[in-house]
Ligand binder design. Structure first.
Ligand code: GLN
Length: 211
């Protein structure tokens, strides 16, 4: 199992380090064709408008749609959450719409209002606490019926999942806490087994017909 980290802009390197700390191999994804070689993808924080421009320039949108349709997990943090949302507010911009939420950009204030806190979530094995860093974070303003809230802060959802798509308004890669990356790695492992992606890649494939 190998997880790709979208490496167009933002703090992709820290996600790779967080995955390495839990023993999960990762690769930088800079071209859409590289998605064929990975079983899951992290879209890091950064600047969502810049990320969008680069994704458009490198033809990522159709490739990500195929990746998502094949059931391969995607984890978006902060700017990544904004890109995955169904709707984006203030200002509105294009988004992939893979998770039925509305995201309001920069809704926790400016850079200097960034903060670190501890969150509590039930990630399938009872309640766990973990550290989270919020940097010019988006707020989830609407949560669709199919979306499962996983963690909240002050009564508002800050981490959510819909099927193979996981989003967090914060940056788990900026702490040494492995909890959230472990949860995503488990999602990828399950999807890989369920869809036979691992077997397909091991055979040198990447042929989506076999998934
Ligand atoms: N506010 C940024 C945006 O709208 C996201 C910030 C982040 O990823 N840390 O793209």
């Amino acid at each position: 199992m190998k997880i790709g980290v979208l490496a167009l802009q933002g703090d992709f390197d820290l996600h790779r380090k967080a995955l390495a700390r839990i023993g999960v191999p990762s690769v930088e994804v800079r071209k859409a064709a590289q998605l064929d070689g990975v079983s899951g993808l992290v879209i890091p924080g950064g600047e969502s408008t810049t990320l969008l421009k680069l994704m458009d320039a490198w033809d990522f949108v159709p490739a990500l749609e195929t990746f998502h349709a094949a059931g391969r997990p995607i984890f978006g943090t902060c700017a990544g959450l904004i890109l995955l949302a169904r709707e984006v507010e203030r200002p509105a911009q294009f988004s992939l719409g893979f998770i039925d939420i509305a995201a309001e950009r920069n809704a926790y204030g400016r850079q200097r209002e960034s903060f670190e806190t501890e969150l509590e979530a039930d990630l399938g094995q009872g309640s766990v606490r973990f550290k989270a860093v919020f940097i010019r974070a988006p707020r989830i303003r609407r949560l669709g019926a199919a979306v499962r809230p996983l963690a909240e802060l002050g009564g508002e959802c800050v981490m959510a999942r819909q099927g193979s798509v996981l989003v967090a308004a914060f940056h788990p890669e900026l702490t040494e806490d492995p909890t959230v990356h472990q949860y995503f790695a488990a999602m990828v492992r399950t999807a890989t087994t369920a869809h036979g992606i691992g077997a397909n890649l091991a055979a040198g494939g990447g042929d989506r017909g076999a998934i």
